[in-house]
Write a protein of this length. Sequence first.
Length: 91
Amino acid sequence: MHALCADEQRRLLIEFLYSHANGWCTQAELIDYISENSEQHMSHKAIRLRLIHSHLPCLEDIGVIRYHKQTKAVHNWDDDIVEELYELGHS
């Protein structure tokens, strides 16, 4: 679990999920949040590529989220796991 929180963008993604308990968001919302809060200055395109090729598949593989490539929506995240990851990333 600690390895999941090692990357700043993944920590920001988890932070976003933690603070949005409605269980649904768009890829664009995630990109905007990461762009606005990251210490790394990356283009939206670069953030999007890392999200779709690394961060979202990783979190989906362990059952934290469901990502729909066609609609670019993230939903049904497990609040307990998100909370645990959030706390690990902020400790």
